[in-house]
Write a protein that binds this ligand. Structure first.
Ligand SMILES: *[C@@H]1O[C@H](CO)[C@@H](O)[C@H](O)[C@H]1NC(C)=O
Ligand SMILES: *[C@@H]1O[C@H](CO)[C@@H](O)[C@H](O)[C@H]1NC(C)=O
Ligand SMILES: *[C@@H]1O[C@H](CO)[C@@H](O)[C@H](O)[C@H]1NC(C)=O
Ligand SMILES: *[C@@H]1O[C@H](CO)[C@@H](O)[C@H](O)[C@H]1NC(C)=O
Length: 214
């Protein structure tokens, strides 16, 4: 964990001027996401599905694997970024909360206004097959004022995202990505969630993808 933070700091310190870069958007994806807090605990671990054109995301934490992780958050989220709606789903209970979303940011897609920081090689640049070249982007989330640093592969697949807000730092890692949506039904609103009214947001609360993991 400290190595990751050190790497991040190093990246910041060594960031120099680079040619103009434009952020890209990932393709449709299915993969695994793990979220670690910098206090050292694994917050959650599970599968995600992302529709890049429709800007829809499903994340379901997986309590059954791997058992060595002691996750603290059990989540099932369905997010419609364009419509600015977030569902917190409880499949066991067949219940659902529908919330207004206040930020379109997430760990998978670099915002258009992100600032390009640098390109680095994780692993080795000189040994064939032992390294990965990643672009690093930084920015601030409007609304929550959270600071982020996102890295992506050259093919625009999300690699890792640091999110800093107040005293909390979260590290999102994206693993085993496949560039297709294997189960499109996961992006459909479950029948028991349909027709729900949008819940009122308490004063001072910001509903965002990142805040779901705080
Ligand atoms: C959890 O992981 C197991 C083993 O990889 C898999 O069979 C199961 O479908 C997963 N559950 C969810 C909800 O993703
Ligand atoms: C997992 O969490 C429980 C309850 O918080 C704790 O008692 C246990 O020691 C933890 N196990 C590991 C391997 O961290
Ligand atoms: C089921 O949902 C209700 C609210 O609709 C909640 O109060 C209750 O805690 C939930 N039960 C479980 C087991 O999650
Ligand atoms: C991405 O997934 C959505 C939902 O399944 C689908 O409608 C769309 O055609 C897919 N886009 C591509 C480029 O495959």
């Amino acid at each position: 964990m400290y190595a990751a933070v050190s790497l991040f700091v190093l990246i910041c310190l060594t960031a120099s001027t680079h040619a103009e870069q434009h952020s890209c958007h990932p393709p449709n994806m299915t993969g695994i996401m793990s979220v670690l807090s910098m206090k050292g605990d694994v917050k959650t671990y599970g599968t995600f599905v992302y529709d890049s054109m429709g800007k829809k995301l499903r994340f379901r934490s997986n309590e059954t694997t791997p058992t060595t992780f002691n996750t603290s958050l059990s989540l099932d989220l369905l997010v419609f970024f364009e419509e600015e709606i977030l569902y917190e789903i409880d499949s066991k209970n067949q219940s659902c909360e529908k919330k207004a979303l206040h930020s379109t940011m997430n760990s998978l897609d670099i915002p258009d206004d992100a600032k390009f920081l640098t390109t680095v090689h994780a692993g080795s640049a000189s040994v064939e097959g032992e390294g990965i070249k990643i672009n690093v982007w930084v920015g601030t989330e409007t609304g929550t004022k959270g600071f982020y640093s996102m890295s992506e592969t050259m093919g625009c697949l999300p690699f890792s995202t640091f999110y800093f807000s107040g005293s909390t730092t979260l590290l999102f890692s994206h693993l085993d990505i496949e560039t297709e949506i294997k189960d499109p039904d996961l992006l459909m609103i479950p029948s028991f969630c349909q027709g729900l009214p949008v819940e009122e947001t308490p004063e001072g609360t910001v509903n965002s993808f990142f805040n779901e993991f705080m």
